[in-house]
Design a protein around this ligand. Sequence first.
Ligand SMILES: [Zn+2]
Length: 163
Amino acid sequence: MASFFAEDVTDYLSDDFIKYASGLVDAEDKKIKAEVEQRINRARHLYEGLTDSEKANRRRAFFLPPAGSQLTASRYTCRACGEPAVMLGEAIRAGRVILDDDAVIRNYRVVAQEFDCTVCLLALHGAVEIGSAGMDQSWVIEEQETLEDRYTGYDDEPDYGND
Ligand SMILES: [Zn+2]
């Protein structure tokens, strides 16, 4: 999909592009918004009923993407209870790679797919629900690979040399 679109990083990461590419809508759908608000209130109510040790146990059950998942996990503060939780998103690779002095920097736009809080059990599916909860529907992450990493990586390669 990436090669289908313009390679200019500015276009690629603009909000308009993201809305177009992923079918996002603003949180204008009142029905979804009301439903999500209700879910947040229920989660908050549940959270208020937890003891400190129950909260501590639930924090330990930190949600992770299933093995082999292509989704990127980012830390995100839960809108309902304020605990650190995990937002899963789909990374769309940016069109441009920046070469710094001794590093290769790649920017990715991540589109929100799934939010799960293991403490208050708030779960939101898809960017529309996540946006309706007042949380980010997309964000940019930066990945850096230093040239040292790269050369170290080469050292680990098996030797296909001349035999
Ligand atoms: Zn929560």
